[in-house]
Design a protein around this ligand. Structure first.
Ligand code: SF4
Length: 429
């Protein structure tokens, strides 16, 4: 029996204090992980072998034949979409960008359906932020706006924000205040010192009112919140020693979307005239920040990047996976480390069902049901090593804990890339 400390490859917290007992390359016990971590490390129906659809039926195939089928689909497409990437390593993503460039396709990630508007807001105003370590050591006021970490990031409050003892917050929870802003009561709001229930779609107005109140203006009732409460809240924010505002898709996907985020950042920037205040998106998939980082280094843009003209172009709303599927432009798809069939709108799903789909995933999913080529892969962070970015943009090395015998995502993408180049030019890269 062996015990190793590992990084949990589930959510953007990337908790690095999880322990597991390993017996004969199997995880038999998990310590420190939350319920989501335990579910990821111990369950899920695996894809056991490569499968290729022949005459409408998925049949077992050799790995080499599956690679050839996938490469042929991509080479013969005029607008292939390569989507997912948020649950795999930065090294795999880097190879994926090279593959997209070779086939003149579009590479998009799950940001386009979650924190894409955050990235657009950040393009406009920048991001006054810090690491989660700084929040832990310094913050005395925590705000969760449009998110429910008790369920989505179960250890966020205990490891980084509300509860831990920090260098300048020796008494942890006793020295911090929690404010939750949401449209409904949640398990997170039940823990809050103050819960502000706003009318749906009115976040932008409330940020504007808070900014006006900060400047000493009298504000009316806004977003269902009384004028007095807004004024008191603005004073509370102003008087904090170190405040941290965390926001989720409740903010990015409602009302003014990226303008909400822009205004939230503007409020944070305004607060820095009086005190120290930071803001951070609550990233969901464990490496969704990594895919934004790697895409930005290599192409200049964080998601929805189109290589159809041989150079990267960026126009969210036009080159994202959903846009291309809904408009009928995409004529093949490679899906890696995500399950769009379970999450995309119906019209995108209908379009996905009509085109050849290649999927790379350790587990069976709804997307694998409609795929034409399926590759089983090792679980990055458990069965394969790699790099991932925590939600505060800190890169963390994921270690391999057990040996599964499956190919890694990076190996599969590299093999498809080699085969694509061979088909295009008769030589390997
Ligand atoms: S909070 Fe997230 S990273 Fe931490 S153990 Fe739970 S699922 Fe894993």
């Amino acid at each position: 029996m062996e015990r190793k400390n590992i990084i949990c490859p589930f959510c953007g917290c990337l908790c690095d204090d999880v322990y597991v007992d390993v017996e004969e390359d199997k995880i038999v016990q998990i310590f420190n992980g939350c319920i989501l971590c335990k579910a990821k490390l111990s369950s899920g129906e695996r894809v056991k072998e490569a499968l290729v659809r022949v005459d409408g039926e998925l049949v077992p195939s050799s790995y080499e034949d599956a690679v050839e089928s996938a490469a042929k689909i991509l080479v013969e497409s005029s607008m292939p979409v390569l989507y997912g990437w948020s649950n795999t390593s930065c090294e795999t993503i880097s190879q994926g960008i090279r593959l997209t460039e070779k086939i003149r396709g579009v590479i998009d990630n799950t940001s386009s359906v979650c924190h894409g508007p955050s990235l657009l807001g950040i393009h406009e105003t920048g991001l006054p932020t810090c690491t989660l370590g700084e929040v832990k050591n310094r913050s005395d006021l925590i705000i969760y706006w449009g998110c429910n970490p008790v369920h989505a990031h179960p250890r966020h409050m205990s490891r980084y924000t509300l509860m831990p003892r920090g260098y300048f917050r020796r008494n942890g929870l006793m020295e911090r205040e929690l404010i939750v802003v949401d449209v409904r009561s949640t398990d997170t709001s039940k823990l809050a010192d103050q819960f502000i229930k706003i009318e749906p779609g009115c976040d932008y107005e409330l940020f504007s009112a808070l900014r006006a109140a900060l400047r000493g203006h009298t504000v009316p009732d806004v977003a269902g919140i009384k004028s007095k409460t807004i004024t008191e809240l603005s004073l509370k924010l102003k008087n904090a020693k170190f405040g941290a505002l965390f926001f989720g898709v409740g903010l990015t996907m409602s009302g003014a979307k990226h303008r909400n985020v822009e205004n939230a950042i503007a409020l944070t920037r305004d607060l820095n005239q009086f005190t120290r205040f930071v803001i951070m998106p609550m990233r969901g998939h464990y490496n969704v920040d990594g895919v934004n980082q790697v895409l930005t280094w290599q192409t200049g843009y964080p998601y929805g990047v189109d290589f159809s003209r041989g150079f990267p172009r960026y126009n969210p709303g036009e080159y994202c996976a959903n846009d291309l599927l809904a408009s009928g432009s995409a004529d093949s798809a490679l899906i890696i480390a995500s399950d769009p069939a379970a999450h995309f709108p119906r019209e995108s799903l209908e379009a996905l069902k009509k085109i050849p789909v290649i999927s790379i995933d350790p587990f069976k999913s709804l997307t694998s049901l409609i795929s034409d080529v399926i590759f089983p892969s090792a679980i990055t962070g458990i069965e394969a090593s790699g790099t991932a970015y925590r939600m505060d943009c800190v890169p963390i090395t994921l270690r391999k804990v057990v040996d599964s015998g499956y190919k890694t995502d990076k190996e599969i993408i590299s093999d498809i890339l080699n085969k694509v180049v061979e088909l295009q030019h008769g030589s390997k890269v």
